[in-house]
Each structure stands twice: as structure tokens, then as C-alpha cells.
Design a protein around this ligand. Structure first.
Ligand code: UD1
Ligand code: MG
Length: 449
């Protein structure tokens, strides 16, 4: 059975007190919207419709960045969740198969839960995802009779008995495209909010003799983000789950509670991650690599046998081949380091290619930026870059070449050559002793007078 997705992301999220549309606030270095889209993507949907409204251009751009194939539809005025889903009518009406509606601000729905809903759909016209709420608050209440879901009552419209129900609506709903759009066409807005409630499709379905049921999931999965406090709680929930998963899959975390993952972090088995490590988006760490304490990584790849840190920073485009060694206070950006390269201390390597088994001395800087443009530094195989070498790009250092410590290299260095670009040393015999004697005499004269 084919599935299409509708992701609702038109709401303002006024309680975030923010200029940024709510669904673009980040958890685990990714917009909330991307979390919802990632959950939906596990079903391999034939079409994904994202309904945008507040901050529509920004939200649309973010959705398309995650998946260029999504269809964006605009809800000009926010007249309720039912009205929002109706905006996908032109894109999906007449599609065979099922439609699942997700919220862009609800990041943690699991793939298994969506699968369970599709399974239940095989036996019911409408399936709603519910949860037992510890504090039901203002959630919509699910009114059931045995296994049958009879209707959903919004908190504002509920009576005392209905408010006492603790089985609540997550907002996720599944029906065939055919049924969903037929039912939505019948929704009115005669309710406490004057909105077109998506939730009304259940009562309408039942009145037509269609079946409806609830799939119950853990409350943690339905955690929605409406406030900054909930955003922080969502971050904590994500990290707790990511840490547990990393440990489960055979990654050593010395101090799990201090390691922060991104939505897309991939770490191989038997990798070792020290304390206080932060993974930004786009990081892959191969099996057996080690990231020591206090490192900050984003958009980079670390191959097996490599070790990084402590206190190192890998920025986007850092590609470390096998057995590369990166030591403390080293920053690597947009650079490819081949097998066995060593960058031990206090160094910036940006916009560079470094050949295998080359050693980069302490204090080396690739001077990649001339104030207007970025330039590349190319270093060959088995080269030895002396400490405190400034490599003024664009520049090439050949295989097996060596640069003297403290050199400013502005011209290409041929393979096998030694390059020295520094003032020649002069030594004046005895001058240091004389100088000290003179200074002490001056000090003594000052303290007398
Ligand atoms: C909704 C449900 C409620 C459920 C709760 C779970 C309805 C009527 N109520 O209430 O039963 O318990 O979610 O969190 O569906 N949106 C639009 N356009 C609109 C209105 C909303 O795109 O016109 C989007 C919002 O951006 C949000 C989602 O739909 O992502 C839910 O809207 P929200 O206003 O938060 O609904 P709730 O009142 O929380
Ligand atoms: Mg809400």
C-alpha cells in the first residue's frame, strides 16, 4: 500500500517568543521540521506535502533542503488543522493509498509507531495516534467505546466527564486519501475556537459507519514543542536517546551525559568518544576511531584508526583518512588529509590537500584567505612541515619536501627540496653578558637616586 505524507508547519508558534518560525528551531542541530520529515521518510512515501504559512518562505526553503522532492503548499490564513490538511487536497486528492498527517513541531514519532498505524489502517478507515497523558492538560481527548474510536473532543469544547479522559490525541492521523479529503470537506467551524478541526474527521467517519481506532504510543514520542522550555526538554530527550543508542551499538562513551549528537551523526562500532564532545550536523566516524575530550566536530569524516584531540575542531569538509593523528588545539576545515598524516599541535589547516604520511609541525598555518578570496594549499606525500610554517596559499609543497621552522612559504616547493623562508640567524659572542651587566647597572643607579 502506498503512503503519502502531509506535514503541518503553518502555525506561528507564538509561545516561542521568536522571530524564527517555530518548526525551524533546532534540536540536535537540525530544525524540528527535519526531525518530523526524517520520521516520515522511513515509510518511503510516494509524496510529501509540507503545509507552510507563518514564515512560509523560510520554512519551505528548509523543507526543500532536507528533501528537494517535497511539495510545498501555502495556507495563507491559519484556520485550523483541518483547513491546513485541506491545503494538500490539490496535490493528493485522487491518489491511491493512505495519507499520514504529521506535525512539524512534533519531532520524536518513531518509524515503528507509524508502521503500527499503517497496520491498523488495514482494518480501520481512520487511525489516530494516541497516548496516555501524565498531565492531559489542553490536549484533545480520545473518546472510545471498546476498540472503536468514536470522536475526538478538543479541551476547549469538552465537558467535565470528557476532560477526565487521559487518553489524548497526538495529532498524527491516518486514512486513505479518498476518505480523508471526503471527510474534511464536511468539517465545520462551529466550536470554541472557530477553527476547522482535523480531529472532527473521526466523529464524521463514525456517523457514516466508517471504522476508527487508536494506536497508543509512549507519551515521550508525542512530545510537542511550543515553548523554549519544551525545546530544551526535547533536546534533552533526544540526547538521552542518542547516547543510549550509541552505547547499544557498541560505541564507547566515557561520559555519555557530556556528549552531544546531531540528528544525522553516524558513529561506527568500537569508536571511542571522550568526555565533552559535540557533534554538529554531517559527521561520520568510522569504527575504531577515537575522539578525545573537548572536541567540536561538524560536516567531517573520520576514518578508522584515526585519533582526534583533545581540544580539536573539525569543521565542514574535513576528511581524515585512516590512521590520521590530530592533536590538541588543531583546527581543520575543507581539507583532505591522506592516510597517516600527523598534525600534532596548535595548527590551522584550511582549504588544503595533504598527502599520506606527511607531518605538520606545531604552529603551522595555511594562510588561505587574502581578505577577498580563499586559496588552496597542496602538500605532497611524506613531506615535513617545520614548526611555525606559514603556507601562503595558493602554494604547493612537493612530495618528500621539508620546510624550515618559522618559514613563510610564498612560492611552490619542489619535491624533495628544503625550503627556508626566514631571516638568517646571527650570533654575537659575549653580547648577552655585556647587555645584562649594563641593565643591572642602570637599575642600581635608579634605586640609589
Ligand atoms: C492539536 C489537536 C489536539 C491534539 C494536539 C496535540 C486539533 C484541532 N487539535 O491541538 O487534539 O491533542 O494538537 O499536540 O487538531 N497548524 C497549521 N495550520 C493551522 C493550524 C495548525 O499548519 O491553521 C499546524 C501547527 O503549526 C502545528 C499543528 O498544526 O504544527 C497543530 O496545531 P496546534 O495549533 O498546535 O494544535 P493544538 O491546539 O495543539
Ligand atoms: Mg500544539
Amino acid at each position: 500500500m502506498q503512503v503519502s505524507l502531509i506535514i503541518l508547519a503553518a502555525g506561528q508558534g507564538s509561545r516561542m517568543n521568536s522571530d524564527l518560525p517555530k518548526v525551524l528551531h533546532k534540536v540536535a542541530a537540525a530544525p524540528l521540521l527535519h526531525h518530523a520529515m526524517a520520521a516520515g521518510a522511513t515509510l518511503s512515501p510516494v509524496a510529501t506535502i509540507v503545509v507552510v504559512g507563518h514564515g512560509g518562505d523560510e520554512v519551505a526553503a528548509s523543507a526543500l533542503k532536507f528533501d528537494p522532492d517535497v511539495v510545498i503548499t501555502r495556507q495563507e490564513e491559519q484556520k485550523g488543522t483541518g483547513h491546513a490538511v485541506d491545503q494538500a487536497r490539490a496535490a493528493l486528492e485522487g491518489q491511491p493509498g493512505d495519507v499520514i498527517v504529521l506535525y512539524g513541531d512534533t519531532p520524536f514519532i518513531r518509524a515503528e509507531t507509524l508502521e503500527a498505524m499503517l497496520e491498523a489502517r488495514a482494518r480501520n478507515a481512520v487511525v489516530v495516534l494516541g497516548f496516555q497523558a501524565a498531565d492531559p492538560g489542553r490536549y484533545g481527548r480520545l473518546i472510545t467505546e471498546g476498540d472503536s474510536l468514536e470522536r475526538i473532543v478538543e479541551y476547549k469544547d469538552a465537558n467535565e466527564a470528557e476532560r477526565a479522559v487521559t487518553l489524548c490525541n497526538s495529532g498524527v492521523i491516518c486514512a486513505s486519501a479518498k476518505d480523508l479529503f471526503a471527510l474534511i470537506a464536511e468539517i465545520g467551524n462551529a466550536n470554541a475556537s472557530g477553527e476547522y478541526y482535523l480531529t472532527d474527521v473521526v466523529g464524521i467517519a463514525r456517523s457514516k459507519g466508517l471504522t476508527a481506532t487508536v494506536v497508543v504510543c509512549d507519551e515521550a514520542e508525542t512530545l510537542g514543542v511550543n515553548t523554549r522550555a519544551q525545546l530544551a526538554a526535547a533536546e534533552a530527550a533526544f540526547q538521552a536517546r542518542a547516547r543510549a543508542e550509541a552505547l547499544e551499538t557498541g560505541v564507547t562513551l566515557t561520559a555519555p551525559e557530556t556528549v552531544f549528537f546531531a540528528l544525522d551523526t553516524i558513529i561506527g562500532r568500537d569508536a571511542i568518544i571522550g568526555p565533552n564532545v559535540l557533534f554538529g550536523p554531517g559527521v561520520t566516524i568510522e569504527s575504531g576511531a577515537e575522539i578525545k575530550g573537548f572536541c567540536h566536530l561538524e560536516g567531517c569524516h573520520v576514518s578508522r584508526g584515526a585519533d582526534v584531540g583533545p581540544f580539536a575542531r573539525l569543521r565542514p569538509g574535513a576528511e581524515l583518512a585512516e590512521d590520521v593523528h590530530i592533536g590538541n588545539f588543531v583546527e581543520i576545515k575543507n581539507a583532505i588529509l591522506d592516510e597517516g598524516v600527523k598534525v600534532g599541535h596548535l595548527t590551522y589547516i584550511g582549504d588544503a590537500d595533504v598527502g599520506e604520511f606527511t607531518n605538520i609541525g606545531a604552529g603551522t598555518v595555511t594562510c588561505n584567505y587574502d581578505g577577498v578570496m580563499k586559496h588552496r594549499t597542496r602538500i605532497g606525500k611524506r613531506a615535513f612541515i617545520g614548526s611555525d610554517t606559514m603556507l601562503v596559499a595558493p602554494v604547493t609543497v612537493g612530495d618528500d619536501a621539508l620546510t624550515g621552522s618559522g618559514s613563510v612559504i610564498t612560492e611552490d616547493v619542489p619535491a624533495g627540496a628544503v625550503a627556508l623562508g626566514r631571516a638568517k640567524q646571527v650570533s654575537k659572542p659575549g653580547l648577552a653578558l655585556k647587555l645584562m651587566e649594563k641593565l643591572r647597572a642602570i637599575k642600581a643607579a635608579k634605586s640609589k637616586g
